[in-house]
Design a protein around this ligand. Structure first.
Ligand SMILES: [Zn+2]
Ligand SMILES: [Zn+2]
Length: 347
């Protein structure tokens, strides 16, 4: 008598960007059992962000196709031989896969590793019923933190790192250009965790209202009026720090006008290509111009901030789609203008 082999456990579905504009949700091959140092995780809730939209539009210089999307991940840990305490628990996933050997990595700055790979960008991501990750990528979510709050951990790490780069002290003046998810989280951190006075701007009045609800003051959209308003509010001293979170050349150039003498500019938004800035203003004001990319060691403090109620998820999360409708989620963001901020994909 023949004995049938045990059924292979289903790996479930996964969201694949086949090529720009074409999203498929299809069955995955069964994931192999996790080896030493690995964990098998299942998507619980995932976020879609600007970099996913760039991949969908075909404008990202980093993505190759086909690609399983997903780098903002809340998961259930199914198997984790090295950390059995994590099995059955919720965790958020650091999506960064640094080389560990380059100069940045050796200096503890693996967020800007020279050979960095990011899940959902350079390698397959986690919008999937089963994904193998390194156990070291997992950060257990405290029980009191809701799913909708926990899924904001990864974008909050990006904002957290930018705020660290800006070295903002209590009472200082910060300007945030761009009230998308990252800009809003930067504003929220500056107001709620750094005690800064924050002015924000965005071309979309609705997004600017969200920034105001998070404690930022609005700046007018016209550059001359923006500068006047900021000068009036700061006795002419302008901003200690400007956070550029739009990635638009005009806003990037504006940062050198809005920053004060001995101030700092933090670039978080990716311009499509190299962008001119006023180097004479940078020299005259002796401005520190800082790039900010990903984050390093930020998940533990970010989870504590989320546990403490720093972010109201209802203020940021505007849409939620089941995994089967991931294509509709990306098309919604692609269409723009529809009061969409953070869009989630459920399992
Ligand atoms: Zn993201
Ligand atoms: Zn490296």
């Amino acid at each position: 008598m023949e004995i049938a082999p045990p059924p292979v456990p289903s790996a479930g579905r996964r969201v694949v960007l086949d090529r720009p504009g074409v999203v498929a949700v299809r069955d995955a091959d069964a994931a192999p059992p996790p080896g030493s140092g690995q964990a098998l995780v299942r998507l619980r809730l995932g976020g879609i962000c600007g970099s996913d939209l760039s991949a969908f539009r075909g404008t990202s210089p980093l993505v190759s196709y086909p690609r399983v999307l997903g780098h903002e991940l809340l998961v259930d840990v199914a198997r984790c031989p090295d950390r059995p305490d994590l099995e059955g628990r919720r965790a958020v996933v650091s999506p960064l896969l640094p080389c560990g050997a380059c100069r940045a990595c050796r200096r503890g700055r693996s967020n800007c590793c020279a050979d960095l790979r990011v899940m959902g960008v350079h390698t397959d991501g986690g919008l999937a019923g089963a994904t193998l990750v390194a156990a070291s990528q997992l950060h257990a979510v405290p029980d009191g933190v809701s799913d909708e709050t926990a899924v904001l951990a990864e974008p909050l790490t990006v904002a957290y790192h930018a705020v660290q780069r800006g070295a903002v002290d209590a009472g200082q003046v910060a300007v945030v250009l761009g009230a998308g998810a990252i800009g809003l989280l930067v504003a929220r951190l500056l107001v709620g965790a750094r005690g800064a006075r924050v002015w924000a701007t965005d071309v979309d009045p609705w997004r600017l209202q969200v920034a105001e609800r998070m404690g930022a003051h609005p700046l007018p959209g016209d550059p001359a009026a923006m500068l006047r308003t900021l000068a009036d509010a700061t006795r002419g001293e302008l901003a200690d720090v400007v956070f550029e979170a739009t990635g638009h050349p005009a806003c990037t150039r504006l940062a050198t006008d809005l920053v004060g003498h001995a101030g700092r500019i933090v670039l978080i938004g990716w311009n499509r290509g190299p962008t001119e800035v006023d180097t004479v203003a940078l020299m005259r004001k002796e401005v520190d111009l800082l790039g900010s990319r990903n984050s390093v060691d930020a998940f533990p403090p970010v989870l504590r901030l989320l546990e403490g109620g720093l972010v109201d998820p209802g203020a940021l999360i505007t849409h939620r789609f089941p995994m089967e409708e991931a294509g509709a989620a990306l098309r919604l963001l692609d269409a723009g203008g529809g009061r969409a901020l953070k869009v989630l994909i459920g399992a």
